[in-house]
Write a protein that binds this ligand. Structure first.
Ligand code: AMP
Length: 150
């Protein structure tokens, strides 16, 4: 059974992983007036959401098709996979892209060397190691580091 009562409300973002990054993003998008549904396998994780968070929460494993169905993934226009595991994130991203035809799919990737795999699948990635290296370079007033050099 779908969690969304209003069938017309299809313009929303699903975030998988309510850790430090996922919760922060969910709070920001919600504050900006976006429809957000955040999913985590640990109920306790939702405590990181701000009291003003206006979105939905679903407890469950983001790789479980029943859980994704409950989150009404086929009607989401964006899925952001930010669990703490690259394999989990790539599986969720693949399911969203290939199986549910979600338009925008973004995934966190700890291992920058796997970025090419995601690129081939048409999945956008955020790589903390690359972003941090670039920011440190900026602070050191050096030119931005390329992904290959990390
Ligand atoms: P962090 O490392 O702080 O970004 O937190 C990552 C979050 O991802 C934690 O709250 C985990 O419970 C959550 N997580 C890890 N694996 C899964 C999964 N398969 N499905 C849903 N949430 C997950």
């Amino acid at each position: 059974m779908s969690i969304l009562k209003n069938k017309k409300q299809a313009d929303y973002t699903i975030i998988v992983g309510c850790g430090r990054l996922g919760a922060n993003l969910a709070n920001t998008l919600s504050e900006e007036g976006e429809n957000v549904l955040i999913l985590d396998k640990e109920k306790e994780a939702f405590r990181k959401l701000s009291p003003s968070f206006g979105g939905l929460t679903v407890e469950g494993d983001g790789t479980d098709l029943d859980v994704l169905k409950k989150a009404d993934i086929s009607r989401a226009n964006a899925v952001i996979a930010v669990t703490n595991n690259d394999n989990t994130n790539i599986l969720i991203a693949q399911l969203a892209k290939e199986f549910y035809s979600v338009g925008r799919v973004i995934s966190r990737l700890y291992d920058p060397e796997r970025e090419c795999v995601y690129r081939e699948l048409g999945i956008d990635t955020i790589c903390p190691a690359v972003l941090s290296a670039n920011e440190i370079d900026k602070l050191l007033e050096k030119p931005a580091r390329t992904k290959e050099a990390v």
